[in-house]
Design a protein around this ligand. Structure first.
Ligand code: PGA
Length: 259
């Protein structure tokens, strides 16, 4: 049984005291739920103080990015090796990294490999732009992103990672993907993993949806077959919205009789 995963990506928001306040509120509002895993991805600067503040029965930490070399003359970068005792997850290949910071397919492949090498679970983001979708290229784009990023990984390593399907046109736009669009792509991703890495990896791998997820739209998404959780941006900055998303995921799972 794949455990539901809800990840809050705070992006470049919240300084140390604002982050601490948000965690304080979330800890009051979110109960310990063994069957829903809640992960916070604050800025790099805030990871260390939050690691001592969080109730580890409720939350785990993720970094939003890291550099693939373990150490060296790379001014301004933080390596996966430096993060290995601090975080459970690192987000790799977010569309903002791909498009604003020009991370290409090879760099994302190297980051996934560095994450696995350092025993940190990668949350690999994939997704097409609006133009790629309207040109009918969605599956080809996803194929290329998956093929490169997972290059050289074993079936076991792929089974343990997380893939987030985030259509670029749905991120921060309020332009939410429709459940049937999400279902089609999740099926495609799981099918790709089954063909290349085998049925066990495809069954174990968790696939998230991300892009304008809010408490208002969450119910339609939870019923999409194969969705194992969410990567939440904007709505994760508000304790009330984020806690409602976590609650909705928990209730949905309980109603299905899976808790
Ligand atoms: P959003 O961001 O929820 O604000 O659309 C999602 C993401 O970028 O991961």
């Amino acid at each position: 049984m794949r455990k539901i995963l809800v990840v809050g990506n705070w992006k470049m928001h919240l300084n140390t005291s604002q982050a601490s306040l948000l965690v304080h509120r979330l800890q009051e509002r979110i109960a310990i739920r063994r069957d829903v895993e809640v992960v916070l991805a604050p800025s790099m600067l805030v990871l260390q103080p939050l690691s001592v503040q969080i109730d580890r029965r409720k939350f785990r930490l993720a970094a939003q990015n890291a550099y693939f070399r373990d150490e060296g003359a790379f001014t301004g970068e933080v390596s996966f090796t430096m993060l290995r005792d601090l975080v459970h997850y690192v987000i790799v290949g977010h569309s903002e990294r791909r498009h604003i910071f020009s991370e290409d397919l090879d760099m994302i492949r190297d980051k996934v490999a560095a994450s696995v090498r350092n025993e940190i679970t990668p949350i690999l983001c994939v997704g097409e732009t609006k133009r790629e979708r309207s040109d009918g290229e969605t599956k080809q784009v996803l194929h290329d992103q998956l093929m490169t990023a997972l290059h050289n990984l074993t079936s076991r390593e792929v089974g343990q990672m997380v893939i987030a399907y985030e259509p670029v046109w749905a991120i921060g736009t309020g332009d939410v993907a429709k459940p049937d669009q999400i279902e089609e792509i999740i099926d495609y991703i799981r099918g790709y993993i089954r063909d290349v890495f085998g049925p066990k990896a495809s069954k174990e791998l968790r696939i998230l949806y991300g892009g304008s997820v809010t408490p208002e739209v969450i119910h339609g998404f939870l019923d999409v077959p194969g969705v194992d959780g969410f990567l939440v941006g904007g709505a994760s900055l508000n304790y009330y919205s984020f806690a409602n998303i976590v609650d909705a995921a928990y209730k949905w799972q309980r109603e299905k009789g899976e808790v």
